[in-house]
Each structure stands twice: as C-alpha cells, then as structure tokens.
Design a protein around this ligand. Structure first.
Ligand SMILES: O=P(O)(O)OC[C@H]1O[C@H](O)[C@H](O)[C@@H](O)[C@@H]1O
Length: 308
C-alpha cells in the first residue's frame, strides 16, 4: 500500500486534438483516441473508461462483439471493461450490478500525462459523483479512482490507482477484463498457471490445482486462478506461438473466460455467436479475496500486455 495521495482535481481538458512529438490525443464527446507517430492506436470510451480498440500494424488486438453497445446503455461486451469494486456474484451481496459500477459509469478525462519517451499515457478519473444516479449511495465509500492507459509500440498498459478519501477502511475487488482477439480459440494455450489453485465456476465453484502446463479452451471455461505469483507472466499462445504476454503488478489473480458456443448463445450482446472462436478473456485482477484499503491510503495495481 502506498500512502501518498494524488489529487483528482486536475483540470479537465476540452475536446479537440492535441499533437505532440510522439503522436496525437483526440478527445471527442464520448471517447479518447491516441495514435502514436509509429501508427499504433487505442480508443477509450469515457463510458466505463473501456478500452475498445488497440491496433498495431493496422491489426486489432482486442475482441469487441458486433452487438456491443458503445452508447453508454450497457457495459461494453469486449475490449477491456474495468471491474470495480466487486467481481461477479459478490456484486449482488453488495446490491450492485455484476462486476460493479466502474464499467458503467462515465469517467472524466484527466488528460495526457506521458513521461516515457516512446509511449503516451492518458488518464481517467472516477469519484462518487460520476456513478449513475440509481447506484449512488449503494456503495457508500469515499473513493477516488485514477485509471491510466499507456500505449507503447508493442505494449498496452492499464493501471488503476484507488484512493480511500475517507477515514474508515473499506474493501474492494478489481479486474481488467481483457478480451484478447485470437484467430482460433480452440488452438490457444495459456501458459503460466501451472500448479495454481483455481475455482471452476463451470463446475459449480469446485477448486482444483492446475496440472497442465497449458490451459486450453475445450468447452465453456470460467476459472479464477488465485494467487498466481506476480513474477510469472501469463502467456497466450496461438498454434504454439506466443502472441501476448501479460505482466501483473499487485494483482494476484487471473481469470480465464470463454463462453464457447452454448454460453455465447445465452449472451444477448455476444455477436456473432461464433465469435467465441476469436476471443479469450485472460483477466488480471484481485478478486479471489478482498483488498482492504485504510482511510487516507492509496492502492495501485496494473497490467502490461506485450505483443510477442
Ligand atoms: O457478462 P459479464 O457480466 O460481462 O461477465 C462476463 C464474465 O466475466 C468474468 O469472466 C466472469 O468470471 C464470468 O463468470 C462472466 O460470465
């Protein structure tokens, strides 16, 4: 836990394009586009601060459903929705929607903040006043979130700073629900999870230890791998060749999700229904347990995705 507080009250930039030596940052009414001089780009919706596109060499790296709502009426089915302050079924115990409110709130764009020479960082802020009216007061904690998305030439980094603005401690869960675009999910291997204990939600929440070097998608898959050593990268291979690797900071858990054919049928905004073959969610988070944050303290966690 870091104890320094970062103020959320940074002046909010107005719409328009800002060009710099490294590329451009373009803010429109509902999204921010970043394009590096070398051509890589991202798009982040203010709704949910959801990353909806990451392109490298003109190729999309994230999967987004063709039926995804991008107009703020429903969490985005694809890209990188941000799960906070609760994950999955824990949400109903708190009387919050599935995966919390971060992915369905309108975030403020805080501007560009790029210190690294070859990457561009854009920051987004969320405080209790930004959450939808119908959810205000349901999670009565005094918080501030700063979410940074950092685009490099072969990397995409997402980082969340959670601030407890109150005096009492509280608990949260957090997860970057990344939908990776793959060419054939049935030939994907996910490495870096061997010997880790997981909860299998498809098998009614049973736990087991991962015996395999590679996790593969052979049917509906929904597993929470808990306490994965943070010095281990999670590597996504396609046809035996590494495509993405994910490094985690302060995030001990990894969720692997693919709805497969039967699951995709049941998800209204999952299109095309065959789309499960082109995606796999490998989600870095802290969801196995709750993270406690003391009054006045700051927590920070993140992931760095690197293209192989
Ligand atoms: O449909 P959503 O609320 O976006 O959730 C999509 C999926 O998210 C995570 O991966 C959970 O482990 C799954 O149980 C859930 O089905």
């Amino acid at each position: 836990m870091v104890s320094k507080k970062t103020p959320l009250s940074i002046p909010v930039p107005s719409a328009g394009e800002v060009r710099s030596a490294k590329g451009s940052v373009d803010l429109s009414s509902d999204r921010v586009r970043v394009t590096l001089k070398t051509g890589e780009s991202i798009e982040v919706l203010l709704y949910g601060a959801t990353v909806t596109s990451w392109k490298v060499d003109g190729e999309e790296k994230l999967w987004v459903s063709e039926a995804a709502k991008l107009d703020g009426t429903k969490p985005v089915r694809g890209g990188i929705p941000l799960v906070f302050p609760c994950f999955g079924p824990n949400s109903s115990a708190l009387n919050l929607p599935q995966h919390g409110f971060a992915r369905l709130s309108n975030w403020s764009f805080l501007g560009e903040n790029s210190e690294e020479p070859s990457s561009v960082q854009v920051d987004f802020g969320l405080s209790p006043s930004n959450i939808p009216d119908e959810l205000k007061g349901k999670w009565d904690q005094n918080f501030g979130l700063i979410y940074s998305v950092i685009l490099g030439q072969k990397t995409l980094q997402t980082k969340l700073v959670v601030q407890n603005e109150g005096e009492e401690k509280w608990e949260f869960q957090v997860l970057f629900h990344t939908y990776f675009k793959v060419s054939n999910a049935e030939k994907v291997s996910i490495k870096g999870l061997k010997d880790v204990t997981y909860t299998d939600k498809v098998l009614g929440g049973t736990t087991a230890s991962e015996d395999n070097e590679s996790v593969t998608i052979t049917g509906e898959t929904d597993r929470v791998y808990a306490k994965v050593p943070t010095d281990r990268e999670t590597v996504i291979e396609q046809d035996g060749k590494a495509v993405f690797s994910v490094k985690r900071k302060n995030l001990e858990d990894v969720v692997v999700w693919n709805p497969h054919a039967a699951g995709a049928e049941k998800i209204g905004d999952f299109e095309p229904k065959e789309g499960w073959k082109e995606m796999v969610c490998v989600e870095a988070g802290s969801v196995g347990e709750w993270t406690t944050i003391e009054g006045g303290s700051v927590w920070e966690g993140g992931q760095i995705i690197t293209l192989a």
